[in-house]
Design a protein around this ligand. Structure first.
Ligand SMILES: Nc1nc2c(ncn2[C@@H]2O[C@H](COP(=O)(O)OP(=O)(O)O)[C@@H](O)[C@H]2O)c(=O)[nH]1
Ligand SMILES: [Mg+2]
Length: 385
């Protein structure tokens, strides 16, 4: 399709999921908002829980019980709005979001939370499409979330090309939410974590969290899921895949993707090699032995095997009590990391610190002030205000 083939202007903004290097050849564009009713999409009348067509668009203003009722009732529109509320940084939204979350909390937790990581190109999106469809066919409701702190910088979400999740994104039993944009990894993770809880309250029983696989995002996602799956490809080189010992040690299963066609043998050889390597590592989860498997997301092969592994994991860790213990520990750690995040932001946003920091930094860089003294000076300044 030529640029602007959808009838949009070529200087329209590309959607977040457009390929980064697609230039203007990418057909879809984000247009400015239009008034509701023109296309039959209803506008919402506040306080009445009714949508009306043909009226001037009014942004739905839901109260806490509207959100709770909608989410619990499985209403996708309200679910989307509740997540938007969780993602908002506006102080008036934060308070309301916490109120909604508190009310939903007793209905959360009834899911298996699965983190999926791997280098770009490993096939995460393709895998999620195949695996998600496989689960839906077995009667599950699947929510797909992402943690990608780079999404606002790169302009492309990790869930990126929704084309890879075409079937899944059209299915009513699946809910896909791209990574919240912007902010620190901690901020993005908080939003994803809360989104996960809201999805659970809406009845989604399998949560897939995709991670971009750079920097610290794997550890962060690991800390919010029950099962951590590392997707790999044969022959890409260990360094390239970030398969330093550290990441492999986090994984509850290694899955060598693209085991199809000419690549099948190589994938099996890689599996054997990784199987030997993990033998020497500490288990990621107490009482569970990590193994390596192969699959082909493109051909939708190996999905049943990995789902059986995850179910077995749920059973084994459930019986030993590790499953529940991990969740409790994760919740407590989450509190700590939010306090850290909050204090850090308070410190660096403090007017006195903002004012003094450049000079202190220059003194440290110029060798006039030892780093420890600089820290003391800044902390004294912060404490005195
Ligand atoms: N042959 C083969 N190709 C695959 C398979 N899974 C993914 N791919 C291809 O690998 C490329 C990257 O896949 P994608 O899902 O976008 O990877 P991501 O960056 O990890 O999300 C795409 O061209 C896919 O079609 C597979 O099982 N077999
Ligand atoms: Mg992807």
């Amino acid at each position: 399709m030529p640029a602007g083939g959808c009838g949009c202007t070529v200087d329209g903004k590309l959607p977040e999921w457009a390929p980064q290097d697609g230039g203007q050849g990418f057909a879809s564009k984000v247009l400015d908002g239009v008034q509701g009713g023109h296309d039959g999409i209803a506008s919402y009348t506040e306080g009445t829980s009714r949508y009306q067509t043909g009226r001037k668009y009014a942004r739905p203003k839901l109260n806490v019980s509207d959100y709770v009722k909608g989410v619990r009732g499985g209403d996708r529109v309200t679910l989307g709005q509740a997540i938007t509320l969780m993602e908002s940084n506006a102080p008036k939204h934060v308070e309301k979001a916490q109120e909604v979350l508190k009310t939903l909390l007793p209905h959360t937790g009834n899911s298996i939370r699965i983190g999926i990581t791997g280098v770009p190109g490993a096939g995460k999106s393709t895998f999620i499409e195949a695996f998600g469809c496989h689960l839906i066919e077995r009667g599950h409701k699947v929510a797909v979330l992402a943690v990608d702190p780079t999404s606002s910088k790169s302009g492309g979400s990790i869930l990126g090309d929704k084309t890879r999740m075409e079937l899944l994104s059209r299915d009513e039993r699946c809910f896909i939410r791209p990574s919240p944009a912007g902010g620190t990894l901690g901020g993005v993770a908080r939003k994803t974590r809360e989104t996960m809880l809201v999805c659970e309250a809406a009845g989604f029983d399998v949560i897939l969290v995709e991670t971009v696989g750079v920097g610290q995002s794997e550890t962060t996602v690991r800390s919010m899921v029950d099962f951590f799956l590392l997707l790999m490809i044969a022959g890409a080189g260990d360094e390239l895949q970030g398969i330093k010992k550290g990441i492999m040690e986090l994984a509850d299963a290694l899955l060598i993707n693209k085991a199809d066609g000419d690549n099948k043998i190589r994938a099996q050889m890689a599996r054997n090699e990784y199987e030997r390597a993990i033998h020497y590592l500490q288990p990621a989860t107490e009482g569970w032995t990590t193994h390596a498997y192969t699959c082909s997301s493109l051909r939708k092969r190996g999905m049943d095997e990995i789902w059986n592994v995850i179910r077995k994991f749920r059973e084994v860790t459930g019986e030993s009590g590790v499953f529940e213990r991990h969740r409790r520990e994760q919740a407590v750690k989450w509190v700590h990391s939010m306090v850290n995040e909050h204090l850090l932001s308070m410190f660096f946003k403090h007017p006195e610190i903002v004012r003094s920091l450049p000079e202190v930094e220059a003194d440290v860089a110029g060798g006039k002030l030892p780093a420890v003294s600089a820290v003391q000076k800044l902390l004294d300044l912060f404490n005195s205000c």
